[in-house]
Design a protein around this ligand. Structure first.
Ligand code: F0G
Length: 449
């Protein structure tokens, strides 16, 4: 089985290869410290001739691996034996075509799709990744796990850890995570460490802690997690009748999703399973816009893997000198040192991608529109619709193109923001409750007014 896949350093001047079973260096290349990829020996793997052949697995969904929206596509992430594969029913998500929201962003009818990942067991897209990562954790015999989180990773890790018998410790920034997510971590039994700092501080600490204590790291530095997240794209293609959209729009935080999506499309093209690769728009919040700044202002590019490190170093040195901490109401993407930056640059290269940043006000209004016309979502997810709206105004995306926005998390993740937006009339779509006396006539008058 190990012959099917291996890990490989993404640095073209290093290209170190490791067995899948290796976890040395906390998922960084032991030679040069770069990110690692999971790579496949495709000639040894049974690959369907056409993607639509995966649909046959629906007919056998009494097998949990076929029911899983991740493992249904297991041939395309074939890094471990079936006996290690973990599933708790992730990936039963839907692609909703939505003309009302399409009108808000000025798309033609029938063109806007929302991939709603809030339907996952822990309420966010992270569960796709955890199905992959916890399978690898079982394969390597891990007993204890850890992650840093803006909230959703911790909720998902906590749920998967107890589901497959691992201990888990989650690191969160004090006061930085939405209540729904914090409640999940505690309720699912995670040891929760609240650090006086932001996500970037937690991310630094967790890496050192994992090395010191031999804990299994579940952040998106873990390449096996990103393999699970590739399947979000497979499901979009599946629900479009095995066609690719013109655009994928995704929020950008630690940049795991965008990296995974780029890899997914690159592989599908290489395998001849798709004819063209969609373009990708990655949306930052303006208060946490490292990627936007580096790509659009500092002109940072993938450059065949030879990314200009000095640009990144200078940028981060400046953040440190200014004692900068990111701030956005979309707490899930409140990140200024995204660990997957280089893989994301590669994804931008593969998908002819672009980056934009949207304000908190644009995010909150878009979220209210998604809530009142769609299935709802948490603030970070709404950055996609806010970003798409601006890209339509710019004329970068045409009204007749097919666009799939990834709604990454459930609306109940952050009830505080939602209640404040509506009750305090903070935006143009606020829908505050109407105060009424305990009097029938007056209640009827208020309903009809
Ligand atoms: N949307 C939601 C709802 C998220 O929770 C996250 C990331 C993102 C978007 C950004 O995705 O990191 O792949 O670019 N949340 C992480 C966490 C950081 O800890 O829960 P990304």
């Amino acid at each position: 089985m190990t012959d099917n896949a291996y890990q490989k350093c993404i640095n073209p001047d290093c290209r170190t290869e490791l067995e899948c079973a290796s976890v040395t260096g906390g998922f960084k290349c032991p030679k040069c410290g770069s990110l690692l990829d999971v790579r496949y020996n495709w000639d040894r793997i049974e690959i369907p001739r056409k993607l639509c052949e995966f649909a046959q697995r629906w007919a056998k969904k009494d097998d949990p691996l076929n029911f899983s929206g991740v493992w249904r596509f297991r041939n395309l992430l074939n890094f471990c034996d079936d006996k290690y594969k973990v599933t708790i029913g992730e990936g039963q998500t839907i692609l909703q075509q939505n003309d009302a929201i399409g009108e808000y962003v000025d798309m033609r009818p029938g063109r806007l799709y929302l991939q709603y990942e809030g339907l996952n067991p822990s309420g966010s897209f992270k569960d796709n990744g955890m199905a992959g990562a916890f399978s690898h954790a079982k394969m390597v015999g891990a007993k204890s796990s850890a992650c840093a989180s803006t909230g959703n990773t911790s909720a998902s890790v906590a749920l998967y850890a107890h589901s497959c018998g691992l201990k888990c410790t989650v690191f969160i920034g004090s006061g930085r995570i939405a209540f729904g997510k914090l409640s999940q971590a505690m309720d699912y039994g995670a040891q929760t460490i609240q650090i006086q700092g932001d996500f970037d501080d937690c991310m630094r600490q967790v890496q050192d802690v994992c090395v010191r204590l031999g804990l299994y790291l579940l952040n998106s530095l873990n390449p096996f997690r990103l393999e699970g997240q590739k399947t979000i794209m497979y499901r979009i293609i599946e629900q479009l009748g095995w066609r690719v959209p013109d655009w994928i729009v995704v929020p950008g935080g630690n940049l795991g999703n965008s990296s995974a999506f780029g890899k997914a499309f690159g592989e599908l093209k290489e395998l001849g399973l798709i004819e063209r690769i969609p373009r990708m728009a990655i949306i930052n919040a303006t208060g946490a816009d490292t990627l936007n700044d580096l790509v659009n202002n500092k002109k940072l590019v993938w450059n065949g893997g030879r990314v200009e490190q000095a640009i990144i170093d200078d940028y981060y040195a400046d953040l440190t000198a200014r004692n900068f901490s990111p701030h956005t109401c979309a707490s899930a993407i409140e990140i200024s040192r995204p660990v997957n930056l280089k893989k994301c640059l590669r994804a931008i290269d593969i998908c002819d991608g672009l980056v934009r940043a949207v304000t908190d006000e644009e995010i909150c209004d878009a979220k209210a529109v998604i809530g009142s016309h769609g299935l709802g979502c948490e603030p970070a997810s709404a950055a996609t619709i806010a970003g798409l709206k601006n890209l339509r105004v710019e004329g970068v995306i045409a009204a007749g193109e097919t666009v799939a926005c990834v709604l990454t998390g459930h609306p109940l993740k952050d009830p505080t923001l939602t209640v404040n937006y509506h009750k305090e009339k903070q935006g143009q779509f606020s829908n505050p409750p109407i105060e009424a006396p305990n009097d029938l006539e007056e209640i009827i008058r208020l309903i009809q007014s």
